[in-house]
Every structure is written in C-alpha cells, then in structure tokens.
Design a protein around this ligand. Structure first.
Ligand SMILES: [Zn+2]
Length: 216
C-alpha cells in the first residue's frame, strides 16, 4: 500500500489583506471579511473576519522574531518603570515645598551633605538619613527627585506606546486549530474528488443531456 500521505498543504497560513471592496464572507460566521489565510504552498485559502482571527479556538498566531523582540522591549520597560517608581519614591523630599525655599539660602551645606550621603551609600541610604536631608534643605535631593520623575514619565510613555504596538501587532503567519485544519483538509479532498469526478464524467461522455439528478 501507499506510504503515509503528506497533507496537500501544511498547517501554516500567511495572512493577506484584501481591499474592503473585495471582502468575502468569513468561513465561520459569514460576516464580511478582508483577511485571507493562504496556506504556505498556496493550495488552500479562505476568508476570515478579524474576530475569528483573534479566536484561539480558531487559529493561533505564529510569533515572529519582530514580535518576540517587541515583547522583550515591553518586559524590559515594565521592569524599568518599576525600578524608577521605587527610586522616585525613595528620592521624594521631605516637606518638599519648604525645602526648596530653604535650599536657596543654604546651598553649600546641602550639597556637601548630599555628596557625603551619595558616596557613603549610593542610593540605599536609610529612611532616617533621607528625612534629615529633607529637613535641612534637600536642594540636591529635590533635583534628583525631579530628574527621576522626568525619567519615569518618559519611560512610562515609551512603555505605553510599545504596549499599544504589541496589542495591535499584525501577525503575518497563523496555524489553525487542529479541528479547523482537519476540516480544511477534508473540504480540499472533497473538492478534488468532485473535480476529478466531473472531469471523468465529461471525458467519458456520461450524461449526454443535462443530468436530472444531483451528483452526490
Ligand atoms: Zn468570523
């Protein structure tokens, strides 16, 4: 007997968009669809609406390198935002409004203190130290706080943009749910069979007149 047969097309589909005017009914729900899924060897294709394309019961996107990179960027930015939030919190000056006013009069003392603090512990200063610094002036720590806050804002904006990009990422390749794929194979088989049969019928000169019963 014959060797186990290779499927006529692989379960790897490329998504292609057609113009709105060329929309055809979605294979599942019959809503107008502009996405065509085309098997990698072009032997099968069908239309699917966006909703079904996003349905895990129907098909799953094959992540591309581009997508994986984007996801990594989002993860890194999320971590960076977390870290910055903690740093901003730690740098928050004690009684901020008053300290700015004071710092104008005593800039030397403050910066000396802050420098000492910085070299001593580099950001991990105790709660106690921070408070003292805030009370005495906090010119430098206020500046650090503002800088960190700005950094946090920028990073958050960048994160939001990348998250949007990730959410709206247009996948180019999909793999079908096993049952859906089996249905595609079956319908392909049936079409092939019907085509061969009608060709045979034509060649053999069956039904010289119009058939009066349907071919099933
Ligand atoms: Zn649909």
């Amino acid at each position: 007997m014959s060797k186990p047969q290779q499927p006529p097309f692989p379960n790897k589909y490329n998504a292609r968009l057609v113009a709105q005017t060329d929309a055809k009914p979605c294979t599942i729900c019959f809503k107008p669809a502009t996405t065509v899924l085309l098997a990698e060897n072009n032997l099968d294709f069908f239309y699917t609406c966006v909703q079904h394309l996003l349905d895990a019961q129907f098909a799953s996107p094959i992540p591309s390198e581009e997508y994986t990179e984007l996801k990594k960027t989002v993860d890194n930015l999320t971590q960076k935002v977390d870290t910055l939030k903690k740093e901003v919190d730690a740098a928050k000056p004690y009684l901020w409004g008053i300290s700015t006013y004071w710092s104008k009069d005593k800039p030397t003392e403050t910066s000396k203190l802050s420098d000492k603090d910085k070299s001593k512990s580099n950001g991990t200063e105790s709660e106690n130290n921070k408070q003292k610094e805030g009370e005495k002036g906090g010119g430098t720590s206020g500046h650090k706080y503002e800088t960190l806050k700005k950094q946090l804002n920028t990073t958050e904006t960048e994160l939001n943009n990348k998250q949007d990009e990730l959410k709206n990422f247009k996948f180019k390749k999909y793999t079908l749910n096993q049952q859906v794929y089996r249905n595609r194979l079956m319908s392909h088989q049936k079409k092939k069979y019907n085509k061969e049969r009608s060709e045979k019928i034509q060649q053999a000169g069956f039904f010289p007149s119009a058939p009066n019963h349907s071919i099933s």
